[in-house]
Design a protein around this ligand. Structure first.
Ligand code: ATP
Ligand code: MG
Length: 392
């Protein structure tokens, strides 16, 4: 044996964990600490080092509404098993009474309706989304501060022993599940910390220059505010079963703008995936984006209402334009805001745009539209003159 003294780097992750990390960064804005914690759990799992007889990970997400807690869970499922909906989701507020708990675990044999109930938390329900490659399940308990005592007891068992006994005594094994729990606890306290920074949320470049609290300091204070609220509400018995507590930060204006970019990209992807023949492309001006941000975001509700504002102001008018033949396949549509800033305007900039040119205009970084993927395999992409500079 030759003695060496090489310093190793335990912060490096393997390629699978790296892929998950980059996927999550593409989908979730401004929550790097949460991503880091998820990667730790996943890397431990991949290395086969997760504790036996417990879920793969028990993660508690705290923080304000519309900051990406639920989106993060969907993004993990999307990256690992290819479907954002591959999550068993339990809204704790819906399971207050014992007959509602029966929806989760089924009723004991002999009870009325025993045969008709299909428990939400059965082994089949848990395993249904696993793929040959990824034998993992994702379970999300939303708004746990609203859980009734009986749901709470059920939850403690799952977190600790990774098992649940159904009404008919069958056992459900959670040892291949990642359990996500979310709560808005501490959100009010976090918001109060932001208020002195008048109008600026964490992450804003402007605030860093105001001489106010520095970013790291504010983020740290918000994390402790979240943790303190959790300690006040939840007993140590519960908190000891949690592997990671992650405090999500309220999103600042720059981050909300990025989220809008993602939402617009998703609309464009939808146009591609639903178009029966040639799709059309739209590009939103900065003024149009400002309008959508005013309509759909604020520092209190984060990006909660953004999707609705995009649907109302962009998707519905576009659908009308399509239904009336004003917008057709091959069109390039500029979405702008009128001079008074009161509504969006739609202008046709070009017709008969080649599909390869469209490919150049859309952001394929999340999921390349299937129509486009097929087209690009046939011919090399070319830009047409009138489409130049229209890229979003
Ligand atoms: N950090 C983020 N990155 C990307 N998109 C986000 C982010 N935060 C919010 N969104 C967008 O806003 C929508 C609502 O966010 P999400 O459901 O994740 O909020 P939440 O934190 O779970 O809030 P609540 O506490 O009300 O459940 C998402 O579907 C997504 O479109
Ligand atoms: Mg949520």
């Amino acid at each position: 044996m030759e003695r060496i003294n090489r310093i190793l780097d335990p912060t490096r992750t393997g390629s699978e964990a790296e892929k998950l990390e980059s996927d999550l960064r593409k989908r979730v804005v401004g929550q790097d600490e949460a991503i880091r914690q998820i990667i730790d759990v996943y890397q431990t799992f991949l290395a086969g080092m997760s504790s036996a007889g417990r879920p793969i990970g028990n993660l508690l997400f705290l923080g304000p509404t519309g900051s990406g807690k639920t989106r993060m869970v969907e993004a993990v499922a999307e990256s690992l098993v290819g479907d954002a909906r591959a999550v068993v989701k339990i809204d704790c507020a819906e399971f207050q009474h014992s007959h509602e708990i029966a929806k989760l675990i089924g009723s004991p044999p002999g009870y009325l309706g025993h045969r008709e109930t299909h428990p939400l938390l059965s082994q089949e329900a848990l395993d249904q989304y696993q793929t040959d490659k990824v034998k993992l399940s994702f379970v999300l308990f939303d708004e746990i501060e609203k859980a009734s005592d009986s749901l709470w007891n059920l939850l403690l068992g799952v977190l600790d022993k990774a098992t649940l006994t159904l009404g008919d005594n069958r056992r459900v094994d959670f040892s291949r599940a990642v359990i996500f729990l979310t709560s808005n606890l501490g959100a009010a306290e976090m918001q109060a910390l932001l208020r002195p920074n008048l109008g600026f949320a964490a992450g804003d470049a402007e605030r860093r220059q105001t001489g106010g609290m520095v970013d790291a300091e504010l983020t740290g204070k918000m994390a402790s505010a979240g943790m303190e609220a959790a300690r006040r509400k939840f007993n140590p018995e519960f908190l000891n079963r949690i592997d990671k507590v992650v405090v999500f930060r309220p999103l600042g204006t720059a981050e909300l703008r990025k989220v809008l970019g993602m939402e617009l990209n998703l609309v464009q992807q939808r146009i591609f995936s639903t178009a029966s023949s040639t799709p059309f492309v739209f590009s939103a001006t900065e003024a149009a984006k400002d309008y959508l941000l005013r309509e759909g975001t604020d520092l209190k509700y984060g990006a909660r209402h953004l999707k609705r504002a995009v649907d109302r102001n962009l998707v519905h008018p576009l659908s009308n334009l399509m239904a009336t033949g004003q917008v057709r396949g091959g069109d390039l549509i500029r979405v702008d805001c009128d001079a008074s800033g009161s509504h969006l305007t739609f202008i046709k900039e070009a017709e008969d745009v080649a599909i390869q040119a469209m490919l150049q205009m859309v952001d394929g970084s999340i999921a390349p539209p299937p129509v486009m993927a097929a087209a690009s395999a046939v011919e090399e992409p070319k830009m047409v003159a009138h489409a130049k500079g229209s890229r979003r």
